[in-house]
Design a protein around this ligand. Sequence first.
Ligand SMILES: [Fe+2]
Length: 374
Amino acid sequence: MWFFRSPEVVFGEDSLSFLSNLDRERFLIVTDRFLATTTLPGLLKESIGSNRQFMTFAGIGEEPNEDEILSSISDIREFNPEVVIGMGGGSAIDSAKIIYALNEREDLTPFDITPLEEIGLGKKSILVAVPTTSGTGSDCSWAAVFSGSKEKRKNEVASPEILPRYSILDPSMVLSLPPEQTRNTATDAITHAVEAYGSHWRNPYSDAMAEKSLELITGSLTEVIEDPTNVFHRGNVHVGASMAGMAFSNSQVGLAHALGHALGARFRIAHGKAVGLFLPSVVKFNYGAVKERYDRLNMIFPKKFRKESLDRTLTSYFLAIGQAVSVKSAGLDGNEYALLIDEMTDLAMESTGVLTNPADSDKGRLKEFFGEVI
Ligand SMILES: [Fe+2]
């Protein structure tokens, strides 16, 4: 028995206005500190309607933090939202998932969110994702990552009940996304699609999402980089990234994510840049295990970027969009990196991506991947 889970997706120009149709009064907007200073929260409120009650929680930093979330929760419970909206990148949306759960069940801590038992959410409110980046796929996932208050380590919790009810993919939310973030988040999405397509847990639904997402992203990303305000191409990349999110949320990622997460735990590097760094090497390593699949994905890339194999195409594509293909070009200190390889290898070994990756690997091979991208 298998499931394909996804939110109801509202996409295209003016899709934010869908929220004005909800027969609900109290809207909580969870967003990050930077986005709170931009015009986007105002745009969102305007689309919902000025006759509604709003509370904005903009206490989220670069990643969700248990303390930040817990400090706000009593005020949020007092407001008693009927709609919890996560507006932002992965951290704002993941925070909204946790806040949604803790608002519904006052006895829960973030660590009580589990897929193993029914939590009983959705009695007071609904959860909505409004992504403002095109890449994380958090709008389509039922997992949330946050750092704990006691330890620095990242925790991941999951439950189908924290899957957003709606994902609103309005291109107006990404038109002002800076070039660097556009590249990094799109690279993350491409990595989601490629890894989902090779994963041991792949299935016909995740395959369909992965193929189409790659077509939409690679068919429009260079156009977006050339003209960031092009609504049509922005819309394609935005929908493509969400579809890639559906693909990996229903099939898992692989070694590029295992290695990229380990790198991200030791260096300050954007998640998309970190996973993209390893993707061509991982694809080359996996080729024998899923050759037909990779050849099919290779044919999806626009002809001008296509090489004889998917790993080569990815390298040439990343170079064409200005994405880092080595530790050096990612701006990291090579000496420091070399010293931390053993530690990062141990971290990567803990990832489920090692298990779902199409080709089997071991600690020695993982260590080689770190060496290959210096
Ligand atoms: Fe990712």
